[in-house]
Design a protein around this ligand. Structure first.
Ligand code: 1CP
Length: 351
C-alpha cells in the first residue's frame, strides 16, 4: 500500500508539505516517443486502452523518465459511452467518433448503466496491475469524465467541435438531457467505486466542457458531479477538474470534492481566497508555455504559480492536458523547477 503520508495525499488533505507535489494531466501520451512506439505496437489507441499490460506500460512510461508524484491510469473518459454500446472509434489525427450518437429521448431511454465488472473489466484489471507494478512508490489516480462532459460527446458523436448540438439539446429537451445525466452519474459512480475497489488511491472527474454552460453550469454539470461524489466510497480523495468554470469556484468547492483542478485562466491566490482553506487546489501552468522551448521563461512561470500559492493544499499541474508537440526536456525542466522551490511561509502573491 502507498503510505498514507505520501506528499500527494497530504497535499490533497491540505496538510503541510515540504514542496508542492507535481504530476501532469495527460502525462502518458503523444509527446513521448516511447508512447508513440507503444501505440504502434498495439495497432491503435483503443487496443492500447483495452489490453491491461499495454495500458499499464503507458501508465508507467512517464514515471520512468520524470520525478512525478502520481501515476494516472492510462485510459480515456469515453470508455463508459463505449461500454454503453455507442460504437467508439478513435481515428488517428481525428479524435473520438461514435457510430451511434444520441439524438432522441428514445435513444436515451434505451441506454443502461454498464456493469464495470463486466463491460469495463479491462480498466479494472489495468488498475489492479498498475498498483502492483507501482509497489507503493506513488499513488495511482483513477478517473472518469463528468456526466455533462460525457453527454456532450454522446450527443455530438465526435470531439473537437463547438458542441452546439448538445447545448441546443440541453436547452430544448432539458428533461431528456437530465435523464441522460442521471444515468451517467450512476454509471460514473459505479465505475469509480470499482476503480477504488481495485486499487485507485485518488479519483478525478474531468469536467472539460462544463464551462460551455454559462449560467446553466450548476443545473447541467455541477449538480450531477455532486451526485457522483455523494455515491462514492469516500475512503479516497476526489479531484474535480473544472475547465473554464472559474466563475463557479465557490459552488464547486461545496460539491463534496477534496480538490479542484483549475485551468490556466484562474489566479490561484484568488481561487484560494474564494474557496477557503479546506479544499486543495491543483494546477495551473498554461500548457502552451512548454511549447516555447524557453527554459528561463518556463522556470519563472513555474515560480510565479508556486509563489501565488505558498500552500499547504497545492498540487502543481498544468491548467489542461500536455500538448502533443511538447518537448520532453521542457517537462524535466518544469518538474526540476517545482522540486527546488520549497513551500515558504509567505503570503500569496497576486497573479
Ligand atoms: O492518438 C492517441 O494516442 C490518442 C490520444 C489520446 C490519449 C493519449 C486520447 C484520445 N485519450 C488519451 C488518454 C487520456 N485521455 C488520458 C490518459 C491518462 C493520462 O496520462 O493523463 C486521460 C486522463 C484522458 C482524458 C480525456 N479524454 C479528456 C479529459 C481531459 C482533458 O484533457 O480535457 C477528454 C476530453 C478526452 C476525450 C479525448 N480522448 C482522446 C482525444 C483526442 C480526446 C479529445 C477530443 C476533443 O477534442 O474533444
Amino acid at each position: 500500500m502507498t503510505a498514507n503520508h505520501h506528499i500527494l495525499l497530504r497535499a490533497l488533505r491540505c496538510q503541510p508539505t515540504e514542496r508542492a507535489p507535481a504530476w501532469i494531466m495527460r502525462q502518458a501520451g503523444r509527446y513521448l516517443p516511447e508512447y508513440r512506439a507503444l501505440r504502434r505496437r498495439a495497432g491503435d489507441f483503443l487496443t492500447l486502452c483495452k489490453t491491461p499490460e499495454l495500458a499499464v506500460e503507458a501508465t508507467l512510461q512517464p514515471l520512468r523518465r520524470f520525478p512525478l508524484d502520481a501515476a494516472i491510469i492510462f485510459s480515456d473518459i469515453l470508455t463508459i459511452p463505449d461500454a454503453m454500446g455507442l460504437g467508439l472509434r478513435m481515428e488517428e489525427g481525428e479524435g473520438p467518433r461514435f457510430a451511434k450518437p444520441l439524438r432522441s429521448d428514445a435513444g436515451i431511454r434505451a441506454l443502461r448503466a454498464p456493469d464495470p465488472e463486466r463491460g469495463l473489466r479491462y480498466v479494472l484489471d489495468a488498475v489492479q496491475l498498475a498498483r502492483r507494478e507501482l509497489n507503493g512508490s506513488v499513488p495511482l489516480i483513477g478517473f472518469a469524465g463528468s456526466p455533462w462532459t460525457l453527454a456532450v460527446y454522446m450527443v455530438e458523436g465526435a470531439g473537437g467541435g463547438e458542441f452546439a448540438r448538445s447545448l441546443k439539446f440541453a436547452r430544448e429537451q432539458p428533461q431528456s438531457m437530465r435523464r441522460l445525466l442521471r444515468l451517467l452519474a450512476e454509471s460514473v459512480a459505479e465505475y469509480l467505486n470499482a476503480q477504488i475497489a481495485h486499487g485507485a488511491e485518488v479519483v478525478m472527474l474531468f469536467d472539460t466542457w462544463g464551462g460551455l454552460l454559462g449560467g446553466d453550469y450548476e443545473k447541467f454539470s455541477l449538480d450531477h458531479i455532486a451526485a457522483v461524489i455523494n455515491s462514492l466510497d469516500r475512503t479516497v480523495p476526489v479531484i474535480v477538474f473544472a475547465k473554464d468554470a472559474g466563475a463557479h469556484l465557490e459552488s464547486i468547492a461545496a460539491c463534496g470534492c477534496d480538490a479542484i483542478g483549475v485551468d490556466a485562466g484562474t489566479c490561484l491566490a484568488d481561487a484560494r481566497r474564494r474557496v477557503g482553506g479546506r479544499i486543495a487546489l491543483q494546477g495551473n501552468l498554461a500548457p502552451e508555455i512548454l511549447l516555447r522551448n524557453n527554459a528561463a521563461e518556463l522556470e519563472s512561470a513555474v515560480r510565479a504559480i508556486l509563489d501565488s500559492h505558498p500552500a499547504p493544499g497545492h498540487i502543481f499541474n498544468l491548467g489542461h492536458g500536455i500538448l502533443p508537440a511538447t518537448n520532453p526536456e521542457m517537462v524535466q525542466k518544469m518538474l526540476d523547477a517545482v522540486r527546488c522551490h520549497p513551500t515558504l511561509a509567505h503570503p500569496p502573491t497576486p497573479c
